[in-house]
Design a protein around this ligand. Sequence first.
Ligand code: CAA
Length: 380
Amino acid sequence: MTDLARARGVPAGKYVEGLGVSRMAVADAHEDAVALAANASRRLFATAGVEASSIGLCVAGTETGVDHSKPIAAYLHRLLGLPQRCRVYETKHACFGGTAALLGAIDWIAAGSNRGRSALIVCTDIARYALNSPGEPTQGAGAVALLVTENPRLLAFEPGISGSYARDVDDFWRPLYPKVAVVDGHRSVQCYLDALAGAYDAYCEAATLAGYDARTLARRCYHVPYGKMAKKAHRHLKQREGLSEAEADASYEVEVASSLVLPSQVGNVYTGSLYLALASLLDAEAEAIEGERVGLFSYGSGCCAEYFAGRVEKGAGEWVRRLALAQPLAERRTYSIEEYEAIRAADDAVDQAPVHTLNGHSPAGMIAFVGVDNQRRVYE
Ligand code: CAA
């Protein structure tokens, strides 16, 4: 981000301290939303020892779909070797799409429709704004794969105890053809805060009915378009509860800061941002907070939001070490600003490139998008 700031003639402090982002993930031509989702899922299967045959539901939440009709989950079905008796589809609502999929999976299990099987929920996105625009430093790319089972090892959700909020607003959207989003940046921040207040109030009522006080949440993860937004969000909630700004910021250090370490290295991954924050929290603190509840806030522009919570399971600390959640970030390489701009300049041509004509970097052992054959996207 320091390099990008220099290239844009902006003080680096604006990106690093002002927005809270130190690195930004950039997807190359081989890494579309399908490839990102497939690679995240394969890593999950390998590290958690998941058999593809145990999956009965596979949903990809995304804002970066590759087709108006065929869902990413259909590609995943073949790339992951999922069983034929499996429901596959895609969910869209800006950054909320992954949460919509996750809440559906929780209900699928709570209703008993899973009959012992698990759900694979993958949040996959490439966040793109126009070069040189205020949104540019808040881009990112990545996928988070979540295994939802009857016997969770990390976090146990509480079906029914959650708060929703929706409203028709034009804060961020992406018309049918451009790859870059349109955004009313400062308005989007206010829409996020309004949705947070609305969803949180609804959640508090549900928690009270369930017999606990939402103020006992030990940690809180927020949707993270950039780290500073999560800080603003936490301050907003705490000030509504009567804390001073200094008290709210002190509670941020305890309840939120560890969830922003991985997001600050990646940027916005839209649907996956909340779950990257959760991964960051668990990676840093799972053992210390076993048995405690973590609050989760998901926001999708347009808008829909949900506040819900999960309880950290006993043994989560040991399990997190096995998953090595931060490892993928160590496998990246640095792009120069010129390479990043060349990737962006080719963005529109990529989807028409004949097979094996794409420039880019495709590491061995990873699933890659390799071009188009007779209007069909090809993955190897
Ligand atoms: N050193 C340190 N800090 C500095 C600084 C410097 N030299 N210069 C500026 N700053 C600080 C500012 O004070 C400001 O901090 P506060 O917000 O605490 O006041 C911060 O850096 C950002 O500065 P600006 O507000 O001037 O930045 P901007 O107008 O250029 O753009 C933005 C900010 C509107 C968030 C823009 O990046 C944007 O449009 N991003 C995309 C939209 C977005 O992410 N919205 C979030 C809510 S919507 C959502 O969450 C859905 C989603 O994923 C998209």
